[in-house]
Write a protein that binds this ligand. Structure first.
Ligand code: 5GP
Length: 172
């Protein structure tokens, strides 16, 4: 059994998700809001933040690969699943689980910006700021993380541990 040390407890995640949902509800009131979830890691965060947002919105999914089963970025980003709809003139908010180097998000933002949304912002639950190579300032940000590899709350290591209710540091 792997050694996983909890670093953000479920209660603290819930409090933060509620806070982020309230901010989003305030800022996007009266706007045509589309939440774009990046599979698979962000699905647990998406499911929770959907219930914390009190204004109307729609959702869609994208899938990109960057990591494989390794614990460090390959630097390459590939689109495996694209949006099913046009985002032109819509207010797009990317729901992202974690920003590490920022390469994935930087690539996605460039791709989506070229489709002319009315606005394009990011809501990231976790950000490893000391590891950012591309500077992306998420409009909504949960926790700043140390340089650790974390699992749980949707995040995996080789597809395992996504169902943990807390975020834990995976130690070898
Ligand atoms: P970036 O392109 O910012 O380096 O990496 C973004 C993606 O890498 C995230 O969406 C996530 O899938 C994966 N990733 C980065 N750091 C971690 C981590 O600590 N744990 C897990 N499970 N995935 C991570």
């Amino acid at each position: 059994m792997a050694n996983i040390v909890p670093i953000i407890e479920a209660d603290d995640i819930a409090t933060e998700v509620t806070r982020l949902g309230a901010l989003i509800s305030r800022d996007y009131a009266g706007k045509d809001l589309l939440l774009v979830s990046v599979l698979k890691g962000s699905v647990v965060f998406l499911a929770d933040i959907m219930r914390a947002i009190t204004i109307p919105y729609t959702i869609d999914f994208m899938a990109v690969s960057s990591y494989g089963n390794e614990k460090s970025s390959s630097g390459a980003v590939k689109i495996n699943l694209d949006l099913k709809q046009s985002i032109e003139g819509r207010h797009v908010l990317i729901i992202e689980d974690i920003v590490d180097s920022g390469i994935t998000l930087g690539y996605l933002m460039g791709l989506l910006a070229a489709r002319h949304p009315a606005s394009l912002e990011v809501c990231a639950l976790l950000n490893k700021k000391t590891r950012n190579e591309i500077v992306i300032k998420p409009k909504y940000e949960g926790f700043d993380l140390p340089d650790a590899f974390v699992v749980g709350y949707g995040l995996d290591y080789a597809e395992n541990y996504r169902g943990l209710p807390y975020i834990g540091d995976l130690r070898d």
